[in-house]
Write a protein that binds this ligand. Sequence first.
Ligand code: ADP
Ligand code: MG
Length: 616
Amino acid sequence: MQIEKLPQFIINQIAAGEVIERPASIIKELVENSIDAHSSKIEISVVNAGKSYISIYDNGDGIQKDDFHNAVTLHATSKLHNLNLNEIDYLGFRGEALASIASVAKISITSKYKDSNETWKAIYDKNNVRDLIPATLNSGTKIEVSDLFFSVPARLNFLKTDITELSNIINTCKQIILPYNNISLRLSSNNRLILNYPPSTIKIRISDILGNEFTDDLCEVNYESESCKITGFVGKPTLNFNTQNKLFFYINGRYVKDKYLSLTLKSTYSSLIPHDRYPIAVLFIDLPKKDFDVNVHPRKLEVRFRDIKKLQQNIDVAVKSVISKVSNISSIFIANNFRDSLIDIQNKNYQKSNKTTTEIKKFNNDLIFNNPTPKINSLQEDSSDFEIDFIPEFSDQSKEQEHLQQQSNLFELQTNKPDNDIDLGTAVTQFMNKYIISKSSEFIFLIDQHAVHERVVFEKLKKNFYDKKIESQQLLIPEMVYLSENDIELLNNNKDKIKELGITFKKISNDLIEITSLPIILIESNKSELIKDLIEDFTNDDDMTCNNSMKNKIERILATFACHTSIRSGKTLSVEEMNQILRLIETTENSAQCNHGRPSYIKLSLKDLDKLFDRI
Ligand code: ADP
Ligand code: MG
């Protein structure tokens, strides 16, 4: 069989296979072209989620009459002046998009070049200009695409429902336009306006795109090192999600999907949010052009970094410096959600008893006006009634004393006080031996005592570990723990690290070890369970790709330790103890969430309560 050079229209269709997968890929390429053409306004319209019609109209530089043919010719571009792929200044550079679109759909381009008074419309037949006719347009370029995949009908079968394809288009528009807050973008579907982003500040643009319910929980990142600049916003740790779709990374203005960047961020938040959850973040990373390559993916969604490790370190430092200041402040979004769910429960209860909303209002008003002098201290309970069993029970007195001493040592912890002053007010009461209720002049707080204590112990352990001050104690009677051969080998391989954590052990046989010493704080714990958790922490490799994975492992182990030592919910606390805990939260880093990322306290204002009672 003879080897033949393929005809150009087949070459174009092959290229289209990589670049144009679905309507959203067309939108991506066309929006990028409008941005590259210096537009300040982009209007997109789709019919049937772009399957039958897409138009995009911008007010950019326009296309010259002589360029209409080249615009849809494969590998023809106006963006690579010095023919150097290391010097890319635009989002586009491969000259593939319009050629690919023209080979799989019907296309026309109407354009008024910026230095010309004439407007021309080119109607294409595949990759050739069929007609070039005079037209009218105020400025810029309008590109219309119809009958997607008419030339490769098999591809139509791979398209999803209109709802899914439209949601891909919406996400694509959001991803691309987010950093370009000076450019307005409107998207209509079947003549209905569904996205409308006017020119704005970057913070407003982010709120428009991510949802303004998160605005108050976003913290600004502004970091510069000799190798990169990182700006943007990251969320408070208590705000976390089960998918990555609120992570936006931009390299020099280009949206990229990069698992290493996501992993870095996950690892930065690792001891603050659960392992299977993701934070919210929009990071604009500016790198010298020589330090990354965008020509690795036909749709330019991935980039290759010259030194990913260094970049990961920079991101870690940039983000940590911000979240360390806010990680003892609970998310406003979570509090609002909590309030809304209370409202929901309340409404459902009323609905059950067949009361209408106006009746609820009347009911609330009556209740308030018929009881003008509420019992101010009705919440306050006499703390002397409470048994002081804040600490675990012990069989003998001296042990109890010793443990009390350890606990109070823990409470002496004053880690670097975070910048934001928080005031959790004074403890009012404890509810069901699980939650503390406190109030300040402006807020009421609900505090999860176990979550908070666990965080306090964890931060203390971390500090002691990094200061090399973990106090270990020899066990009078060594504890035997049966394990698999593999697990024993793993422990043996990490013997030194484990010793640094205050645990020493001896291998007795292939399936038995003897624990000889433990950190004082863990003396009372279930040792076999503790060792098994430790092994699990060591084997859990989900963040091995990150340069600080050993540090993560250690912190995960310390979090496990904290969990084994902390007071469980179910302990009665005196008012003094509650206040002691409140002061600890105020001064402990990261105290707004427990070590598993659940919020440890929730703050409610008068306005929140008014809303709860339907008074506003
Ligand atoms: P690339 O963007 O990689 O250059 P494209 O196929 O997307 O390749 O576009 C080809 C050329 O058509 C661009 O280089 C540009 O000169 C021109 N072009 C495309 N869209 C527009 C537009 N909206 N405004 C002005 N020029 C455009
Ligand atoms: Mg392009």
